[in-house]
Design a protein around this ligand. Structure first.
Ligand code: FES
Length: 209
């Protein structure tokens, strides 16, 4: 939330509570994906960069594919116009969201080779960089493990290996803190790390995305 909204919530709590109640109620018959797509369009229309950076990953999390997001943006051409659409696409490119890369746009999820299972330390966190354009954190516990996207669920910042301290991962952008043993956000934010399905194949750990 912006500093301005935080200020207004404190300065005019009744009015702002009513405003947020209105927004919540106004979309109650829409599924989460549709709500997120509409939010993306409104952020582009108002050219709110921070909001766009926040709602794009939310739309993906709510099930919108990059192709659907681009469709929604292009369908809003009559109200957005080309200049705002180009403004938004520049931001999308700057965010470097893997799903939006041209080679990934229409591809089906597939298994990616990450690392040899013997190189994944039990009870610890292993970082693998640049696996088909993604970096991942792996937490192993015995014979099971969790594979997390290094992209922050807030605004898709690529959380670096250096941000790991013990079992805590802190995003450098707005300091959301994640517990790598569970993926849960345990400080400053409200959404968990994205987790990929994983499997062992002939001594190698693979993940699906
Ligand atoms: S991008 Fe905001 S906390 Fe990570």
């Amino acid at each position: 939330m912006s500093d301005a909204l935080n200020y207004l919530i404190k300065a005019r709590p009744e009015a702002m509570t009513a405003y947020f109640s209105f927004l919540k109620d106004a979309g109650k018959h829409l599924d989460p994906k549709t709500r997120s797509l509409i939010s993306v369009i409104t952020k582009i229309h108002s050219q709110t960069e921070r909001g766009l950076r926040q709602y794009l990953p939310r739309a993906i999390r709510d099930g919108a594919s990059p192709a659907e997001i681009l469709d929604a943006i292009l369908m809003a051409f009559p109200t957005l116009g080309l200049a705002k659409i180009v403004w938004a696409v520049d931001i999308i490119l700057d965010m470097d969201i893997p799903e939006f890369r041209l080679e990934a746009m229409d591809s089906e999820p597939r298994w990616h080779d990450l690392v040899g299972w013997d190189d994944v330390i039990d009870g610890d966190v292993t970082y693998v960089d640049d696996c088909d354009g993604r970096n991942v954190f792996i937490y192993r516990s015995g014979e099971t493990c969790k594979v997390y996207d290094s992209r922050c669920p807030h605004q898709v910042t690529d959380i670096p290996h250096l941000a790991l301290s013990g079992k805590k991962l802190t995003c450098p952008k707005h300091q959301w803190v994640f517990d790598v043993t569970t993926g849960e956000c345990v400080g400053n934010g409200d959404r968990p790390l994205r987790q990929f399905q994983s499997r062992l194949r002939e001594g190698r750990l693979e993940a699906l995305w």
